[in-house]
Design a protein around this ligand. Structure first.
Ligand code: GRF
Length: 191
């Protein structure tokens, strides 16, 4: 079972998944492997890490396409060359078209840095702090046509501490993301 991971930046979630696959020997235990890491940014730092792990990497710049549909169609073609059992969005900062989401229905995951359904969209940590939340967290969910909604697979909760900034809270949440994303993927592939 091939996993294709989509990133746009640092790819720390992708790296955590790659390390889990290595350390838990997903090839043997799940018959699964990370087949490719794909980014819409050719300079995404995560691509270097993937290459260092011997994983195929591809970049597809969305600026080269006339429309969102054209970009997504090209992205699907690129992804499908790896025959993915699972497509994992990990810090992939693009809204995907309904056509893309439909094409991968049931095998498309995302991680969102809030306790969904609270705080869909961007700037989730600052919004949680501004709202006076005592807890925050992250959610792994199946991707559906509606942004940041979809069946929840895993969540992690962290305290919001006095004096927290968006950055200190983001760092605390990110640590937990690196735990729940590999766990959710392994559980889905084991099922
Ligand atoms: C994280 O906040 C994650 O929740 C969101 O993108 C941010 C960066 O993730 N999806 P990564 O370090 O690129 O995996």
């Amino acid at each position: 079972k091939n996993i294709v991971i989509l990133i746009s930046g640092g790819g720390s979630n992708m790296a955590a998944i790659v390390r889990a696959a290595q350390q838990q020997d997903w090839a043997r235990t799940l018959g699964a492997r990370v087949a490719a890491v794909v980014s819409n940014k050719a300079d995404a730092k995560g691509l270097e890490f993937a290459r260092s792990q011997g994983i195929a990497t591809e970049a597809l710049d969305h600026k080269g396409f006339a429309s969102r549909d054209d970009f997504d169609a090209a992205l699907m073609q690129l992804i499908d060359r790896h025959q993915p059992a699972l497509v994992v969005l990990a810090g992939f900062m693009r809204i995907l078209t309904p056509g893309f989401v439909t094409h991968y229905a049931g095998r498309l995951l995302n991680i969102h840095p809030s306790l969904l359904p609270a705080f869909t969209g961007l700037h989730t940590h600052q919004r949680a702090i501004d709202a006076g939340c005592k807890f925050a967290g992250a959610t792994v969910h199946q991707v559906t046509a509606e942004l940041d909604v979809g069946p929840i697979l895993e969540q992690a909760v962290v305290p919001v501490l006095p004096g927290d900034t968006a950055d200190t809270l983001a760092a605390r949440v990110l640590t937990q993301e690196h735990v729940i994303y590999p766990r959710a993927i392994a559980a889905l592939l084991r099922a």
